[in-house]
Design a protein around this ligand. Sequence first.
Ligand code: PLP
Length: 447
Amino acid sequence: RPNSVEARDIAFQLHSYADARRHEDVGPMVVEKGEGIYVEDLNGKRYIEGMAGLWSVAVGFGEKRLVDAAARQMEKLPYYHTFSYRTHGPSVDLAEKLISMAPVPMSKVYFTNSGSEANDTAIKLIWYRSNALGLPQRKKIISRARGYHGVTIASASLTGLPNNHRSFDLPIPQVLHTTSPHYRTMHRDGEDEAAFARRCAQDLEDLILQEGPETIAAFFAEPVMGAGGVIVPPEGYWDAVQPVLRKYDILFVADEVICGFGRTGEMFGTTKYGLQPDMITLSKALSSSYLPISALLINDKVYQPIADESHHIGVFGHGFTGSGHPVAAAVALENLKIIEERELVAHVKEVSPVFQTRLAQLSERPMVIETRGVGLIGAAEVYHPELSKTPGALGLKVNAAFLDQGLISRNMLDAMAFCPPLIITERQIHDMFDLAERGLDAVASAP
Ligand code: PLP
């Protein structure tokens, strides 16, 4: 049908994370509307959105309060910027709210529009600070293999996944990667989880020493890795890694773009794992992705050198037209109100045992070789001796089988992710995993 949405999508749109050569074969999936944990496609087929969009629609689809908050702000002031000390109520209210919610003492908020921009901005702020301190050599940044921090040139460099580097001549030379904390694929013979965690910290220290500690400015990490395959840190990991950062006075940036606002069963992953970050990046559940907005929180240690007269090196020549956008900020504020009023973090704590039990039970299914998760996030890794010769081929098949069943997941190569809206009920968690089991069985019976 030449005028269909599908045909026009193929004609006019280039998609993220897609192979343009396969657009027509795979065929676009047109999502038309959403309600709660469900979305519906153009043909009226309903799916459980087991990924909350892209790990982000915390309060579910169709939340009228967010629509109203946006409309009210649109009427009053649809746009203003925050350059050169201009400001407006919604950005100030949201900044104050985020400082009050912060899991460790933070002093300032810088607004951006995406997780990538928040991390990219964090890097520029770190470099600016090093220059302000008269330490121009202190510019290198360490992140981890399989970490995901976004796709701008600098944040894609932080990301530790081959797809984000190959074909782009990345990472940039200032960004280095240390060991991924995935126990199953990275541990050595005879190494238990605790010993593996200690070695991850040792690998980090070795890299710092090899490069010269005076050249390392910061370490970026997600409390729980998301897009790298949902990798929950092994026992003792953060207790081993954080002292290394302190020893060499390296800034710690916690990328809470997925973990922030309840995902792990605490408001922040930082609290869940006892982290002491100097900077925190937030997005996704901040506005439940109803509008794009992200934030970078910085503590006094980061802020003071920038604000100190004696260190003055000129204006922070950075900023986005949409930084602190009033409509996005108003929506984010209302979204945080909903998260608090409906006690969604307590809800995650309450229902996550069911989620984690059903997730773990997937390993009794054929092809599932590992499950991992925490709170309301998890992944099931699938393997098949033939199909797994091409990494991701089986994952794609399982993805398609899930869709047939009416379940949206996301395969990160062969790890099937589950990250539903935080409002999901126990009954709906059972429904979601029932569909996943049926999908897995369908592939196993006809691989
Ligand atoms: N950081 C983390 C942990 C993410 O999961 C993502 C996106 O999935 C990003 C950063 C990048 O965010 P965005 O896609 O909004 O640029």
